[in-house]
Structures are given as C-alpha cells and as structure tokens.
Design a binder for this molecule. Sequence first.
Ligand code: PGA
Length: 222
Amino acid sequence: MTVAGNWKMFPGPDPQALRVALGDLPHVVAPPYTRLRDCVEAGLTTYAQNVHWADEGAFTGEISPPLLLSLGVEGAIVGHSERRQYFGETDDGVAKRTAGALQAGLNVIACVGETEAEREAGETQEVLRRQLAVLDAHPRLVIAYEPVWAIGTGRTATPEIAQDAHAFIKSLLDAPVLYGGSVKAENAEELLSQRDVDGALVGGASLDIESFVTICRIGSSR
Ligand code: PGA
C-alpha cells in the first residue's frame, strides 16, 4: 500500500531525520524540486511534484523525466488539482505528462477529483470519467482520487464517499487508487481500511515526521 507525502511548496522535514524515523516502512516523498537531491541522498523514495513530457527542449520552468531520473528520482505526481486550478493544466496536458513520464521510466501518481460545485451538481462521475478518459492503464501508473473540496480544508471525504469514488475509478481504469484530501494520523485507519482504497496521498500531515510515519505505519499494516 503506497503512502505518499506531497510537501507542496513547503521546505518539509529534514530528510535524514525522516529517513531514520521511517526505518523500513514503505513510503514516497514528493518535496519541492530544490530538495529532491537531499531526499534521494537520504535514501528516501523520492518523487517530483510534476514533470514535463519531453526529454528536453525550450520549456522554461519545466523539468523533464531524464533530468529527474538522473538525480535518482523514481516518479512524479501529475495533474494535482492545484496545478489544474492555479496553473491552467488541462486533461490533455496531464495525459501528455503522464505518458511522457511513464515512457521514460518514471512511476506516476496521476490525480483526479471533483470540485465542491461539481459534486453538488451531481457531476462527480462525469468529471472523473472525463479526467480518466485521457489516461491508459500502465504497470507504473497509480491514480490519486483527491476531491478538491477535501484538499487542505480539514474536510475529509467520508470512507463511503471515498470507497464509492475509488470503485467507480477502478471500473474505468485498472490501477491502484490512492485517496487524498486531509488525510491525517487520526483518520488514516478508517480511510485505508476501505476495500478499494490502496493508499494515501498526504499533504499537510506529511510535513510532520510523526504524523507521516504514523500514516505510513497504518498503510504498511493493511
Ligand atoms: P492535504 O493535501 O492532505 O493537505 O489535504 C492533499 C494533497 O493535496 O495531495
């Protein structure tokens, strides 16, 4: 079961201290780009928070799969709702980033999820169907279901909402599905015990060593 920590644009914990605290527990950390090397050198399983599809080129501000692989980075998050919401990323771009990264040899966590307005309008399945339609199953592709209304808000999806969405996603695409959105040490057990919840993508709570290690421990016991 994968438990991945998305540090977003925060410096995050000391990689060495985190490595020691994690011991042998399976984990993924996705620090900001400038901390990737420190995380790799500390022996952490390290992913980037985004990745471009091309090997190289005139794409200011972007990072390519080979550049990440050369650092020892093993994967990337793609299509996080903050990328879609604030930086104009589209389903099409997410598809290209995912395909390019997989082709180059990275693992990918591709994020999907509806906004509050979409859920209230009864459009959750339609949104998930649209976001997933551009992705093809691949042995190194994992989906993260992150309802936008639950990210950074302290409002977690109920285990039933998560289970329903995960089962729906799996009916469309054969891939493990992580849940993301205000996962904490206190609610991880309940969420991770759902049949189709295959792990967690953790934002805020991954910045604290103790809570992240607790969530990883819960994940490894499932
Ligand atoms: P959160 O973020 O755990 O702080 O809600 C999750 C995410 O955005 O991946």
